[in-house]
Design a protein around this ligand. Structure first.
Ligand SMILES: Cc1ncc(COP(=O)(O)O)c(C=O)c1O
Length: 385
């Protein structure tokens, strides 16, 4: 097996490097611990026990009860399950409120509901990408089935006023779901103090392999699965459990909990050093998002006059990874729907790159990347004037 190339990975909101301790934890369940968790004999019970441990590890990170966690295949599945459950809970409620800056897991599900006759209120955001709680309050109605607002935006890192929104939803008697895929493991979340109905998370943003997620459903909330099948996950998600990935997610959550206490300041320092170095070396750039309320690991930068896709490719040649939009939309290089919703022009949005850091990044890497960007931006601007 060859050693991995020396990539500088600054795209941790797209996915993260798998933690070797996570792989080690899951390996037995890919090899000799292959029992079906529903089987009554010891080999099966061992798998069932491993799932229970993982459920407790996820619950410990979120500060909720283990029984409130349902394992899924992804953040996308969790979000679909929450939205579909909320609308199934009361067929008379045909209205859903969400924002224009959600991930496609929410956007496309709500678009699909609109085609089925549901009314969707799409909340706008201000120039910092922030929603106004007053707009949320005005939007909620007696027939609103769900308010779904992400905890943190994947492109800008903007943190939404989740506690205020939960309170508004509570007062109006409306279910609340948050897509917390980008928030988990980056900021502390204590569900025992929040009174929220649904929360979605995804393993691969947490140094766990891809293809596993979880949905938190408050124990007082009726959950109606959109998928029918076996009685796994306490009748809430049919299909034989992916034991190895569930074990991996549990371990990743345990490690994230430990890491947050130690590494939080480091990641913030790396991000802030990157921003200040870039601002002092590259002329005329702008940081996008709510700079006061932001994930510690994310920065979104506009380089006027630069095609971000071109810069991304040149950085790739230097083995530096970042993003010109969310992973799901990059490729088409359509201007980011998030930046456009913030009132940023198409041209400026197409000149923007996202850099997202993890505890694995170092200051040496950051200084190297800033030097490379400075040279490349100068070169591109020289050729385009
Ligand atoms: C905010 C947000 N929600 C949902 C998802 C989807 O998660 P998954 O890739 O596990 O389906 C992502 C992934 O990029 C995301 O950033």
């Amino acid at each position: 097996m060859s050693l991995p190339p020396s990539v500088i990975y600054l795209d941790n909101n797209a996915t993260t490097q798998t933690d070797p301790a996570v792989v080690e934890a899951m390996l037995p369940y890919l090899t000799f611990r292959y029992g079906n968790p529903s089987s009554p004999y010891a080999l099966g019970k061992e798998s069932a026990r491993a799932i229970q441990v993982a459920r407790e590890q996820v619950a410990a990170l979120l500060k909720c009860e283990a029984g409130e966690i349902i394992f899924t295949s992804s953040g996308t599945e969790s979000t679909n399950a929450a939205i579909m459950s909320a609308i199934a809970a009361d067929p008379d409620r045909k209205h859903v409120v969400t924002t224009r800056v959600e991930h496609s897991a929410t956007l496309k599900t709500c678009e699909m509901l609109a085609k089925r006759g549901y009314e969707i209120t799409w909340l706008g955001v201000n120039s910092q990408g922030q929603v106004n709680p007053e707009d949320v309050e005005k939007a909620l109605r007696s027939d609103t089935a769900l308010l779904s607002v992400m905890w943190a935006n994947n492109e800008t890192g903007t943190l939404f006023p989740i506690k205020d929104l939960i309170e508004i939803a509570r007062q109006k008697g409306v279910y609340f779901h948050t897509d917390a895929v980008q928030a988990i493991g980056k900021i502390p979340i204590a569900l025992d103090t929040l009174g929220i109905q649904f929360l979605s998370l995804s393993g691969h943003k947490l140094h766990c392999p891809k293809g596993v997620g979880a949905l938190y459903v408050n124990k007082k909330t009726r959950f109606i699965p959109f998928m029918t099948g076996g009685s796994q996950e306490n009748n809430r998600r049919g299909g034989t459990e992916n034991v190895a990935l569930i074990v991996a997610l549990g371990k990743a959550c345990e490690l994230a909990r430990e890491r947050m206490e130690i590494e939080d300041e480091k990641i913030l320092h790396i991000r802030n050093t990157f921003e200040s170095s870039l601002l002092s070396s590259v002329f005329d750039i702008k940081i996008n998002g709510d700079l006061q309320n932001r994930l510690p690991n994310t920065t979104n930068v506009t380089f006027p006059g630069i095609d971000s896709e071109a810069l991304l490719m040149l950085l790739d040649e230097k083995q530096i990874c970042c993003s010109a939009g969310s992973a799901c939309t990059s490729g088409s290089h359509a201007a980011s729907h998030v930046l456009k919703a913030m009132g940023i022009s198409d041209a400026q949005a197409r000149a923007s790159l996202r850099f997202s850091f993890s505890h694995l990044n170092t200051e040496t890497e950051i200084q190297h990347v800033v030097e490379q960007i400075t040279v490349l931006v100068k070169k591109i601007r020289k050729h385009t004037v």
